[in-house]
Design a protein around this ligand. Sequence first.
Ligand code: URA
Length: 235
Amino acid sequence: MELERILHRHGFGSRKACRALIRSGRVAVNGENVDDPFVDIDTNGLIFSVDDVSWPYREKATIVLNKPAGYECSRRPIHHPSVYTLLPIPLLERGLQSIGRLDEDTTGLLLFSDDGQLNHVLTSPKHKVPKIYRVQLKHPGAPELVQELLHGVLLHDEPELIVAAACTLIGERELLLTVTEGKYHQVKRMIAAAGNRVETLHREMVGGFRLPADLAPGQWIWLEPADLGALQEVE
Ligand code: URA
């Protein structure tokens, strides 16, 4: 594929802007500077760089961010900065969207992708992809709380009981809770309906993919094909 087209597809601006960028000598391919916009590049395993920042070639781009508290998942936030301010401009330009949303005060695993099919699989309740949250509770948790969440709680405006797919007390006031839907404030509402209150909420896992322990809050990484498979695991 022509280098100019590759840059354009990866969010580096119009074809004309990409041509100028390449001609200015700021682009390298597999470590070598290239200033011909029309050179044909093998995209298989390609890593190019712009101003010494590396970009893997991706037909579809999916990344994971360790969301810090104090960011809204909207592109037009009201009270806090947007999570989109934590991403580089080319990823925004190529239209990455968050896969589901986390509340402003929720931290942890937040995915972004331009792959509509992946977005659908991970967010549709039909696919039952588990999402695991670590919950700090206001009041000590008891086995009855776990039983109630596993049995199901009735939420306002929901016709049926909402059931936790798994729930384990891991400390006096700490719980791991697995849900397969992504309803508005779902975890907070479930815990409130069971008579307790969420103090902090952190998403650790989606499907079989765990937030990498060495990914600091506010940092993001590309997902590899094996990670994309893990994300869609339902057992
Ligand atoms: N459930 C909530 O209540 N908030 C979140 O951010 C995610 C799940």
